[in-house]
Ligand binder design. Structure first.
Ligand code: ADP
Ligand code: MG
Length: 414
């Protein structure tokens, strides 16, 4: 079925056409009509399968039709997301979907001055896309009015219902009209969160799960190899140098490691940029934009960038370190293989990450393909390296080797 055959307003159909969306993806096909009918939804579909438009299209179409009937602008829909980057990304999609209509989306998030956001809110909006913290600030100051909200969406829903956010979400729900539609979208969910999710929606909520057996997008070919912690940089160097044209997104465990890996790449004349929670907001926008536009081919990131970010031409994801929580594996590798594109992901697993690997494989319900390396193949990667800068540990090792040789020689002479 094509979008032209749907019962949408012409303006929305034109916008879809302008965006290059001809046919709905699976999740869009299954979600759009239930949402238009007003059902509650718990929707799980792999990364990169178009979940944003799956709720965006019916929401925008509905609001547009109300405007056509002469209804005035009032905040009707609130969409909660975990990061500022996602708030901005989703707002762009909503603006594209509602071009040349009266439907207005406003985006708010913390870490920046609130005044410009307040100004935009005062001009009137139908849709609010927001992170929880700033939402509460502006609700309490009276700029965000919730009394006419009839649709609540949680994108990355399992994360929004997890420890870091659930209290905020519960508080928000208390402030919303009881009579409303609630929509949850994510690529992953676990049993406990599913239970919690059901307690927050209507009894007859619809559950949609696309390919429940494999949470990893079918467009991502993902594998792992065993690499010693101290050798990881050589393997990263090789991946990058063997794929010189490709955009590579590298995930590390901490912000300190992000900077360290970036410096190691510097020494090899591999240009990279880093993104993590410690950077200020402007830096984070600039970095993501520079990577999006291709000014840098290598982005080294922590899990702040694991979820939701849609940069369609990322072709390679490297898990330099495994994530701390199993589901983030799915989200990280899902930064490639977006839409119809194919992507590759590889994880470097050191000895003390093996328990985490097990957790991830349990979450996936299957083993990750292992790239087996003979000793000489492994050594080849280290020899391939142009890194001449030795760490203190390595230098000490070499000195000890030389010492041993000298002692041996001396021993022979005696
Ligand atoms: P998800 O939230 O499922 O990870 P996104 O909503 O970010 O995925 O969409 C992934 C990509 O697919 C985006 O680049 C988007 O523009 C594209 N896309 C979404 N729907 C369609 C469609 N119907 N036809 C073509 N491309 C689409
Ligand atoms: Mg998404």
């Amino acid at each position: 079925m094509k979008f032209t055959e749907y019962h949408f307003s012409d303006e929305i159909k034109n916008n879809l056409n302008r965006m290059g969306f001809k046919k709905p993806t699976d999740i869009q096909y299954k979600s759009i009509y239930p949402i238009l009918r007003g059902e509650d939804l718990l929707a799980i579909a792999q990364t990169g399968t178009g979940k944003t438009a799956a709720f965006g299209i019916p929401i925008v179409n509905r609001l547009h039709e109300r405007h056509k009937k002469g209804e005035t602008k009032f905040l009707r829909t609130i969409i909660m997301v975990p990061t500022r980057e996602l708030a901005i990304q989703l707002t762009k999609v909503f603006n594209d979907l509602s071009a040349k209509t009266k439907v207005k989306t406003v985006c708010i998030f913390g870490g920046v001055d609130q005044d410009p956001q307040i100004k935009r809110l005062l001009k009137g909006a139908d849709i609010l896309i927001a992170t929880p913290g700033r939402t509460f600030d502006l609700v309490h100051q009276g700029y965000v009015k919730l009394k006419k909200i009839d649709t609540l969406v949680l994108d990355e829903a399992d994360h929004m219902l997890d420890l870091g956010f659930i209290d905020d979400i519960r508080d928000l729900i208390k402030l919303l009209p009881e009579h409303r539609q609630t929509l949850f979208f994510s690529a992953t969910i676990n049993k406990e969160i599913k239970k919690l999710a059901y307690s927050l929606v209507k009894k007859n909520a619809i559950r949609i799960q696309i390919s429940p057996k494999d949470p990893v997008s079918k467009n991502v070919e993902h594998s792992m190899c065993h690499v010693k912690m101290e050798d990881k940089r050589f393997f990263l160097e090789r991946v990058i140098k063997e794929n010189p044209e490709k955009k590579v997104l590298v995930f590390v465990r901490t912000r300190v490691r992000a900077e360290r890996v970036s410096k190691a790449m510097d020494r090899l004349n591999i240009e990279s940029i880093t993104i993590h929670g410690e950077k200020d907001q402007k830096d984070r926008f600039d970095v993501l934009n520079a990577f999006r536009k291709g000014f840098f081919k290598v982005l080294i990131a922590t899990d702040v960038t694991a979820r939701g970010i849609d940069i369609p031409d990322v072709e390679f994801v490297v898990n330099y370190d495994l994530p701390d929580v199993a589901e983030n594996y799915v989200h990280r590798v899902g930064r490639t293989g977006r839409g119809r594109r194919k992507g590759k992901a590889i994880s470097f697993v050191s000895k003390n990450e093996k328990p985490m690997l097990k957790e991830i494989e349990d979450f996936l319900g299957k083993e990750i393909t292992t790239i087996k390396m003979e000793k000489w193949e492994y050594q080849e990667t280290i020899d391939f390296s142009e890194d001449t800068h030795l760490s203190i540990k390595e230098l000490m090792g070499q000195i000890q080797e030389i010492d041993k040789k000298i002692k041996k020689k001396k021993g022979k002479r005696k």
